[in-house]
Design a protein around this ligand. Sequence first.
Ligand code: EPZ
Length: 419
Amino acid sequence: MYKLVIKGGTTLNGIVKIAGSKNAALPILFASILADGPINLNNTPHLSDVSTTLRLLMDMGAEFILESDNSLSIDSSKLTKLTGEYDLVKTMRASILALGPMLAKYKEAKISLPGGCAIGTRPVNLHLKALEDLGAKIHVKNGYIYATTDQLIGTDIHFEQVSVTATENILMAATLAKGLTTIHNAAQEPEIIDLVNCLIKMGAKITGAGTSIISVEGVSSLSGARHSVCPDRIEAGTYLIAAAITGGKVTLKNVRYQSMQSVLDKLKETGAEIDYNDNTITLDMKGKRPKAVNVKTSVYPNFPTDMQAQFCALNCIADGQSAITETIFENRFMHIPELSRMGADLTLEGNTVICKGVKSLTGANLMATDLRASASLVLAGLAATGTTTIERVYHLDRGYETIEEKLKLLGAQIERIQD
Ligand code: EPZ
């Protein structure tokens, strides 16, 4: 196992290139199951969740090639096994995204129930009910989801709660269903728009992506396609907070500010100066201490839950008191006890954490628990006086591409060492 060792107190300055979006790349890789030929992807992030997805698809008979131009080609057109094994699924909940495409293309699927994780029970009831509405027969036994269908039939789907991957699962299944499917209360994340853009290149007939109503006209087959994965807005937001928490100036390349408006607005409230153009964003904190800012997470286009822990770290050293409310997941405060060990003044009241900013945090030995909580510990370590170590760095590697290398480029004193 590896840990990160951070010597805090350095102001970050410089330029960093943002990778492709994890939460767009994963559904797009699973969409390859729908195609009659290979999908060629540019800008796929080098993350352990991407490797896990490729391993799961290859276990089912898919083939993948890393092309000479560094693009990735995945051919899932001739799967020989229609089972998503527990050992692979348990490490990545997004494996549930194999279900819709397998049902649509192969008319059957056996996928291990993904189970919960550090941030919550993470049920999949919305996925299963919507697939049954499309005509799937589903039962759960011994921790596996068994699903079959003679043919999926388009229909109206009404989600009682907005769900990103449930929206993605259903819209992928609907591409090969007979007739029209209209999804109501659909998630509106940019990663869904990216998935739909790729599906349309494959021949799918979809309208409304990015709104709460998505319509899918089923077609008989989908072809391979070439696609470039959209930038990762959460990685981008994390590096902007790295600049803000250390009083520095950082320019991000290969980003789309349009998908980050709620985060940029909150960062401006802290006193950061922000400039952007088509594919760069610059945050300049000018050495100032950030002002404390209240945050409430919600569905897109509001403030993303995936940025909540990182903003909590910023508020820990901000000037003033703030409240951060988490409305999406029931247990997304695993970073609080760890930040408190660094001297943060945090009080959890239900799904709100009250934060009284302190002048500075002190380095400590910490344990990572989940992807975004781990990122918040790195950010706190960058700002703290003294040395911070963070164990179980594999949580970070799921969603951040070579995080210590990118931070070093910005001047951070950070090393990855063997435990
Ligand atoms: C996606 O997870 C993202 N993952 C998450 O990013 C992100 O935090 C989340 O959306 C919310 O934006 C990927 O895209 C791979 P949900 P997802 O279904 O789809 C409840 C990260 O850090 N729910 O939108 O699993 C659920 O418990 C990860 O990159 C049901 O009750 O989240 C939650 O309270 C973490 N039943 C709420 O809905 C269901 O069947 C929203 O979850 C499905 C969800």
